[in-house]
Design a protein around this ligand. Structure first.
Ligand code: TRP
Length: 334
């Protein structure tokens, strides 16, 4: 028999609607991973509580993010897909790991410092210990590979530290998790206004969401930043133009891309035409995802079935790890 598949764990934020950057970054990675690894993917609803979201909004957010991931190709039969708050074992491991996490190191985390700056009135302990909860998410399944963006690598480094500390103090239990992606074709999509990466918090009009209507997509692409065109043959592309080509490569045919590449290189390009073509190809690309996600999102019975199935499998793995952790720590009195 072949060796056991490696364990992959990743948390999906439950806030906001997914956009093109998420799709071609995280989700496509997940979809490739589901074929090769033993994947645990979950909606990180506890993590979202650091910002005190409206209780009435939570269910919708969780349903939405599950629906969008499934519509994008994540297969609940292939991966263990669950909601974090369905796995109480994570909370218990979080408590244990908190005893191994030091205030000083937590305060130094750049994402924490950013949050403090953005929200000085809500610097709660959950925010400070966010990397501890994230570590519990991963270590509860003894996860090895974690598909995350650059901004999360520091959190993962802390996970390795906590794993090591636990192992040194109590005996080996946790492998040290490492960041993982299929690197070579990791695609960075910039905002359509040319300002930084496409993100849900910045300019909404420069971000294409998976639930945008055809017309919304057309409008946004029409407004994308361009200029008066290249001044000399075979010029280097400004980054906002290169970005339009990057996006076009993802959704248009190779012939279409070549046509506009040639036009750029011989200075005959008309960005209006390019954007029109891109808008149609983008609309055709997003449409089936949007329609499928909408249908799934409103099918509570289906989603509940998926969530239960995922929770059952995830709890099995989580309970086994927690049993070992308790034993190693001496919490076995019966
Ligand atoms: N912190 C991650 C983010 O903001 C989400 C997350 C929570 C996560 N727990 C995780 C990612 C565990 C990987 C593994 O995107």
């Amino acid at each position: 028999m072949g060796k056991e598949k490696e364990i992959v764990v990743s948390g999906i934020r439950s806030t906001g609607i997914l956009h093109l950057g998420n799709y071609f970054g995280a989700i496509r990675n997940y979809i490739r991973m589901q074929e090769e690894f033993n994947c645990y993917f979950f909606v990180a609803d506890w993590h979202s509580l650091t910002t005190h979201p409206d209780p009435k909004a939570l269910r919708g957010n969780v349903f939405r993010v599950l629906a969008e991931n499934i519509a994008s190709g994540l297969d609940p039969e292939k991966v263990i897909l669950y909601v974090q708050s369905d796995i109480p074992e994570i909370a218990e491991l979080y408590l244990m790991l908190n005893m191994m996490a030091y205030k000083g190191e937590l305060e130094k985390v750049p994402t924490f410092k950013d949050k403090v700056r953005q929200n000085p009135d809500n610097v709660n302990a959950g925010l400070l210990t966010y990397p501890v909860l994230m570590s519990a998410d991963i270590l509860i399944h003894r996860g090895l590979k974690v598909p995350v963006g650059k901004d999360q690598e520091q959190h993962l480094e802390m996970s390795r530290n906590f794993a090591q500390r636990f192992n040194n103090r109590y005996g080996y239990l946790f492998p040290e998790p490492v960041p993982f992606n299929f690197g070579d074709d990791l695609i960075r999509i910039m905002s359509l206004d040319g300002n930084g990466k496409m993100s849900k918090s910045e300019n909404q009009n420069a971000t294409i969401y998976l639930n945008d209507t055809d017309d919304a997509i057309r409008n946004k692409i029409k407004k994308a930043k361009t200029d008066s065109g290249p001044q000399a043959p075979n010029s280097e592309k400004p980054d906002y133009i290169a970005n339009l080509f990057t996006i076009m490569r993802l959704v248009s045919t190779p012939d279409t891309v070549r046509h506009f590449e040639d036009a750029f290189n011989n200075c005959s390009i008309r960005y209006g035409d390019m954007k029109k073509q891109l808008a149609e190809d983008m609309a055709a690309f997003i449409r089936p995802i949007r329609e499928k996600a909408e249908a799934i999102e409103h099918d509570a019975a289906y989603l509940n079935r998926i969530m239960r199935m995922g929770a059952e499998k995830a709890r099995e793995s989580a309970a086994a790890t927690l049993r070992e952790a308790r034993k190693l720590m001496g919490i076995n009195f019966y």
